[in-house]
Design a protein around this ligand. Structure first.
Ligand code: FAD
Length: 462
């Protein structure tokens, strides 16, 4: 009987456990134990129902383009629970010199694919618009080294594009700044487009032409679950062997022995043939420090940033007074602390009753650090003050919740892919050890699900 330990009960660890459970049910001789430090499973997937609204404390959805999370939902029998974002109302605003300006139609991340809306948009100066046109003539370029997203975007479209779009869009995903994020790790498709086409604009238009019409029209950009993201974690847990799930059990260390691995948690130690470390980088480094200093150092060097989400509920009057669309982003240069706000009732209409507005405000990176020591009431004060300045919202919310996530978002800094190669080489020297989670090849829920499933497969093959 093969014994496998899974350390970490976020969606990465749960996906690994589900893959092992499926194997066990189909007759593979194996036993698994999942260790989770906190009292609850699911990690940052957490949903609360407040005043008829579904408030997401962590992720609120996942990109539809990456299939692994939706595949897991279907495997769990949650196919009918999947919902798409309300893309008919998909407008996003950027705060520009104190005013909300709509992102022009046809902008794919920061690459314009429709000329007229971009030319007419007040979001960019004429200088940037001229650069966008010139970009269409960039020749293919083989770059032999990694660089920051900010440098990459600036080379193509200039500084204003970094400030107005690249930085706020990426801060929303990684919590970090585009000046430190690796273009090869974070925007691999764009790096490849530059190599093959030179111009990102031309490459994007070529890719669009190849895409089947039906696909480009039907799929929503984001997918979520009717009952919220926590439902996914709960559905996985319901399929696992209850005795295998050890909550309130932080692992202090793992060690390698002649015949396998020893996992130490509290006063207990247990032996396993393989270990799946499904932890954020620094926590994985900590667990591994007695096994390999070198690997621990590489894992510990993956930077993490903190974030804060604030859920706010309002009445119907506020709902009708808000601008239409998904919400707004705030470039750093606007001097605010908020990074973004989502009008959840527009993005996912199932999340709030008709007579409620549900807002989700977001602080990340250095802004999250600066408000971190404040009380929830003080943070709420900042949110309300900035909402008043940005959208003129003076009404007191019917409810408000502040959720703090310490060092939960991995930031893939320049050189991340080389670090991954070193991590993989060092891991291979430790038979029986596999790694999953958001420190490696994708921070989003779908990538974490994939990483868990792949780690389980590897652990079984060892
Ligand atoms: C605020 C926020 C919003 C996000 N929004 C989105 C989004 O909209 N879409 C999207 O796709 N992604 C989003 N993400 C990213 C995504 O949710 C995460 O990257 C992903 O859920 C991480 O899952 P995980 O299992 O790897 O890690 P985690 O969820 O962090 O789980 C790790 C688990 O390990 C446990 N643990 C730690 N140390 C130990 C130990 N020593 N022993 C045992 N257990 C331990 C922790 O308690 C935790 O439960 C968001 C993240 C955050 C924080």
């Amino acid at each position: 009987m093969k014994r496998i330990a899974i350390i970490g009960g976020g969606i990465s660890g749960l996906s690994a456990a589900f893959a092992l459970e499926e194997q066990r049910k189909s007759g593979t001789q194996l036993e698994y134990v999942l260790y989770e430090a906190s009292p609850r499973l699911g990690g940052v997937l957490r949903t609360e129902r407040i005043d008829g609204c579904l408030v997401e404390a962590g992720p609120d959805s996942f990109v539809t383009e990456k299939p692994w999370a939706a595949d897991l939902c279907r495997a769990l029998g949650l196919g009918d629970q999947l919902i798409g974002s309300n893309d008919a109302d998909r407008k996003t605003y950027i705060l520009t010199r104190g005013h909300l300006v709509e992102m022009p139609d046809g902008l794919m991340f920061m690459v314009p694919t429709k000329i007229l809306p971009t030319v007419l948009s007040p979001l960019f100066s004429w200088k940037t618009k001229v650069r966008m046109t010139r970009e269409l003539f960039h020749p293919p370029r083989a770059v032999d080294r990694d660089e920051s997203v900010a440098d990459f975007v600036e080379r193509h479209y200039g500084r204003e594009m970094v400030d107005r779009l690249a930085d706020p869009l990426l801060s929303g995903v990684y919590g970090g700044e585009s000046a430190s994020l690796s273009v090869r790790a974070v925007l691999p498709r764009f790096a490849e487009m530059e190599r093959t086409h030179g111009s990102l604009g031309r490459a994007m238009l070529a890719a669009r032409k190849k895409m089947p019409k039906a696909q480009s029209k039907t799929a929503s950009l984001f997918t979520s679950l009717k009952q919220g993201m926590q439902h996914l974690a709960e559905a996985v847990v319901a399929r696992l062997t209850p005795q295998a799930l050890l909550t309130n059990t932080p692992v202090q260390a793992i060690q390698r022995e002649e015949l396998g691995w020893v996992v130490s948690a509290g006063m207990q130690s247990d032996q396993f043939d393989a270990v799946i470390l499904a932890l954020p980088g620094p926590a994985a480094a900590n667990a591994l420090r007695r096994v390999s200093n070198e690997l621990a150092a590489e894992l510990g060097a993956v930077e993490y940033s903190s974030s804060i989400t604030v859920g706010l509920g309002y009445d119907a009057e506020v709902r009708h007074s808000l601008p239409p669309g998904f919400g707004f982003l705030v470039p750093r240069s606007e001097g605010k602390r908020l990074l973004a706000a989502t009008f959840v009732h527009h993005k996912f209409p199932h999340r709030a009753p008709e007579d409620r507005a549900l807002l989700r405000c977001f602080f990340a990176g250095s802004n999250a650090e600066s408000v971190w020591p404040l009380s929830d009431d003080q943070i709420l004060g900042i949110v309300r003050n900035e909402l008043q300045q940005i959208i003129g919202l003076r009404t007191a919310p019917l409810f408000a919740r502040v959720y703090k996530w310490k060092s939960a978002m991995a930031q893939y800094s320049v050189g991340h892919l080389e670090r991954l190669e070193r991590i993989e080489r060092l891991r291979q020297q430790l038979p029986g050890l596999t790694l999953a989670g958001n420190a490696y090849k994708g921070i989003g829920v779908p990538d974490c699900v994939r990483s868990g499933r792949e780690a389980a497969k590897q652990a079984l093959e060892m």
